[in-house]
Unconditional design. Structure first.
Length: 324
C-alpha cells in the first residue's frame, strides 16, 4: 500500500505555506534574523506540538511564522515544500498564504509574495510542479483589514487565482466577509473558504451562498446536516479535507471516527490534503496512508481522491483533461 500511495500522482488543494515551516528551518531563520524563540531545541519545538483545538494550534503557528522576514526566507520556505512535493509525487499544488500575518509586523506584502512566487516559478521550471496561489484573509481580524489586504493584492493579480478565509472559525462566520468577497469576485478572483472545520454546517451553507465559493476547505461538519450532505453531492461542491489536521486539532477523537469515507460513499467530492504538514505530522503521503490503513481502502478508491482533486482544482480545462 505504501508503494501505491507514494507512486500515486497527487494534487494538493489545501496547504498553508506558513504551515510547512519545519522546526529546523524555524531555528535557522530565527538565528539568521536575530529572533528569540521560546524553545531550546528543534526537539523542544516538536514536543510543543500537542494541540487541544484549532486556537491552541494557531497561537503557535502565528508565533512560528514571525521568523520569516526577507524575500529569500519566503523563497526558501516555499522551495523546501516543493522539493517535498517532488519526492511525494504531488504534481500540482494550490497554496494558501496569509499576508496579514506578516504585514501586521512590518513585512511588506511585496516581500512575501515575491519570495513565494519566485519559488513557484522555479518549482515549475526545475521540478515540473504546477501551482496556483490563494490569498487568505485572517477571519479574526476586521473586514476593513481584509479590504486593505485585497487592495494590496490587486497589484499582484497576475500571481493570485483566488481569495480564501482562514484562522479562528468560532465567532467569525462567513457573513462577516461578504462585502470583501464580493469586491474580490468583481476584481476577478475565485473564492474558497474554511468552513465547517470546528464551526456548524450553517457556515458551509453561508460560504456557498454568500461568499460564492468554488470549494469548501475542511467542511467535515457537514454531516451534522444530512440535507446539506445531499446538496454538496448533488452540486459537486468539493471539500478539501485534511485528515491528520482533523485528528491533531481534535475535530475527530481518532482517525477511525473520521467521516471522509462516509462522504466519499455518499458521492461528495472529497479530496485529501495536508493543511499544515510541519505541525500536524505529515505531508500528502502520510495523510493518504492514514486514511488507506484506517479504512482499509482498495487502490481504486484511493485514486478517486486524486481524480476528485483534479476536477476540483483551478487548472484550466484542457490541462485537466490531460491529467485524467
Ligand atoms: C489553519 Cl487548520 C487551519 N484552520 C484554520 N485556519 C488555519 N490557518 C492555518 N491552518
Ligand atoms: Zn487550512
Amino acid at each position: 500500500m505504501k508503494g501505491f500511495v507514494s507512486g500515486l500522482p497527487k494534487v494538493e488543494l489545501h496547504l498553508h505555506i506558513e504551515g510547512t515551516l519545519e522546526p529546523e528551518l524555524m531555528f535557522a531563520l530565527a538565528q539568521k534574523n536575530g529572533i528569540a524563540l521560546p524553545y531550546d531545541s528543534v526537539e523542544a519545538v516538536r514536543a510543543a506540538y500537542e494541540f487541544d483545538d484549532l486556537q491552541s494550534f494557531l497561537d503557535l503557528y502565528y508565533q512560528g511564522a514571525q521568523v520569516l522576514r526577507t524575500e529569500q526566507d519566503f523563497y526558501d520556505l516555499t522551495y523546501a515544500y516543493l522539493l517535498r512535493c517532488k519526492e511525494e509525487h504531488v504534481i500540482h499544488t494550490e497554496i494558501f498564504f496569509d499576508p496579514q500575518t506578516h504585514t501586521d509586523t512590518g513585512i511588506a506584502f511585496d516581500t512575501v509574495i515575491s519570495g513565494i512566487h519566485r519559488a513557484l516559478s522555479d518549482g515549475e521550471a526545475k521540478l515540473g510542479i504546477s501551482s496556483q496561489l490563494i490569498m487568505c484573509f485572517l477571519r479574526h481580524l476586521s473586514e476593513d483589514a481584509a479590504i486593505e489586504t485585497l487592495q494590496q493584492a490587486l497589484l499582484h493579480k497576475d500571481k493570485i487565482i483566488a481569495v480564501g478565509l482562514d484562522s479562528s472559525e468560532q465567532g467569525h462566520p462567513p457573513e462577516k466577509f461578504q462585502r470583501v468577497f464580493e469586491m474580490a469576485r468583481d476584481a476577478g478572483f475565485l473564492t474558497v473558504a474554511h468552513a465547517g472545520e470546528e464551526g456548524p454546517p450553517e457556515n458551509i451553507i453561508n460560504a456557498i451562498e454568500l461568499l460564492k465559493v468554488s470549494r469548501i476547505d475542511h467542511g467535515v461538519r457537514c454531516t451534522d446536516d444530512s440535507h446539506l450532505v445531499e446538496q454538496l453531492a448533488a452540486t459537486n461542491m468539493p471539500l478539501t479535507v485534511c485528515p491528520l489536521s482533523n485528528t491533531k486539532l481534535k475535530v475527530f477523537s481518532d482517525m477511525s471516527e473520521h467521516n471522509i469515507v462516509e462522504l466519499l460513499d455518499k458521492g461528495v467530492q472529497v479530496t485529501i490534503n495536508s493543511d499544515d504538514p510541519a505541525y500536524f505530522g505529515g505531508y500528502m503521503n502520510a495523510n493518504f496512508m492514514a486514511i488507506a490503513t484506517t479504512f482499509d481502502l482498495p487502490k481504486q478508491r484511493l485514486a478517486q481522491f486524486t481524480r476528485n482533486a483534479i476536477d476540483a482544482s483551478f487548472i484550466d480545462e484542457v490541462a485537466k483533461a490531460k491529467l485524467h
